[in-house]
Design a protein around this ligand. Structure first.
Ligand SMILES: [Zn+2]
Length: 377
């Protein structure tokens, strides 16, 4: 009896295996819909032969473009974890040319307890690439993601959300790359997602998922989407990406996408990151999206234990837009207070104009599938 005859709704597990357990050297299933766990070896005092169960799903045809979507790289960022599984449950794989490979709790030991870093080894998944298959669980996960999953994917989307210590403008984000072609590919993905803001960060990327994807021959971008709207924005953005890439048919009935660009801001950590040099309670004096001038007071640091003492003022080190902001709360010396962004320069504006016209992923989808690499044993 076919799915249609049996009237089995999408999301039912009547004819798909949702309890697969894969070893870290096993290929992903070729079914159009499957899920389960990757077995990350971890022998603890409590469980000699146990493993960290890294949840995964595949959806779509095992041919054409492959997009790897990570959520829960930081386990306390929960919106994107929910958005990803909602999207998977509502997409019909028969309509897809190409597929999504999803890790909805990419650092599972962190996501299980709702913490940024792993509850086993204390590590931040997005700082330990390329990982180490002989190391602790977070480094084994990083090794698996980079060497087994990114190497077979054309695109990597790393979904992030706010946590207790910061909020971002809702955005897609890329890391600036010195190679113009790579830069334009990253930009075009961020623009195709359709978030209201795009951040271009001049950050060191070798240890995070951006550097990992680049080493593996994939193009990576990220998002920072938080709050109740984040689920809708994440799902809409991924659908935009799937249509842009040709994995889903373009919606011809819908009016063409608006041609206006999102708000694009560039971040140089040396000049745009503002830090606290005192301990105390932080009171933000600006809001996300505000434009601030160099020297403007952006936050106050109070010491509630010392009445009548002067409050410490934190001033903007440069002018720009507040793109990331630490909320009201305890703060320590060395903590970040906010990040500013500035407008793109002439060169980057040229790149953006080229990225708007770029169709590189769709063109790639018409060619042969990315070569599968021999697996190291
Ligand atoms: Zn994050």
């Amino acid at each position: 009896v076919s799915r249609k005859e049996a009237n089995v709704p999408m999301g039912s597990d009547a004819d798909v295996n949702l309890d697969l357990v894969l070893g870290i050297s096993d290929p992903l299933p070729s079914e159009t819909r499957a899920a389960g766990y990757v077995r990350i070896p971890y022998s603890s005092n409590a469980s000699a032969y146990g493993f960290v169960p890294l949840p995964f799903a595949v959806l779509g045809a095992d041919e054409g473009i492959q997009i790897l979507v990570l959520a829960g790289s930081h386990g306390d960022e929960t919106e994107s974890q929910v958005a990803l599984v909602k999207l998977l449950g509502n997409l019909d794989p028969r309509a897809m040319k190409g597929r999504i490979v999803a890790l909805p709790m990419a650092n599972e030991p962190a996501a299980r307890v709702g913490a940024r870093n792993s509850s086993i080894d204390g590590l931040n998944l997005n700082r330990v690439y390329p990982g180490n298959m002989f190391g602790s669980p977070t480094t084994v996960i990083a090794d698996y993601i980079e060497r087994q999953l990114m190497s077979e994917s054309e695109v990597v989307l790393d979904l992030h959300s706010s946590s207790d210590s910061f909020n971002y403008l809702p955005c897609a984000a890329i890391i600036f790359h010195p190679d113009k072609e790579e830069r334009i590919r990253r930009l075009s993905l961020a623009l195709a997602f359709g978030a209201p803001n795009v951040l271009v960060m001049h950050s060191y990327e070798d240890r995070n998922s951006s550097g990992a994807a680049t080493r593996a021959g994939a193009v990576r971008f990220a998002t920072e989407l938080s709050g109740q709207d984040a689920v809708r924005m994440t799902i809409e953005g991924i659908l935009n990406l799937l249509r842009w890439s040709g994995i889903l048919p373009r919606n011809t009935k819908k009016a063409p996408a608006k041609s206006s660009l999102p708000n694009i801001k560039v971040i140089h950590p040396e000049s745009h990151y503002v830090y606290a040099l005192y301990d105390g309670v932080l009171e933000p004096r600006v809001r996300l999206g505000d434009m601030v001038e160099k020297g403007q007071v952006v936050s106050l640091i109070h010491d509630p234990s010392r009445p009548f003492r002067p409050t410490r003022e934190i001033k903007a080190t440069t002018s720009g837009q507040v793109v990331c902001l630490r909320p009201f709360g305890r703060i320590s010396t060395g903590d970040f207070v906010l990040h500013l962004g500035e407008d793109p320069d002439v060169n980057l504006s040229d790149d953006i104009a080229e990225a708007v016209k770029s169709n590189w992923l769709r063109e790639l989808s018409l060619g042969p599938r990315k070569g599968r690499r021999p697996r190291r044993r």
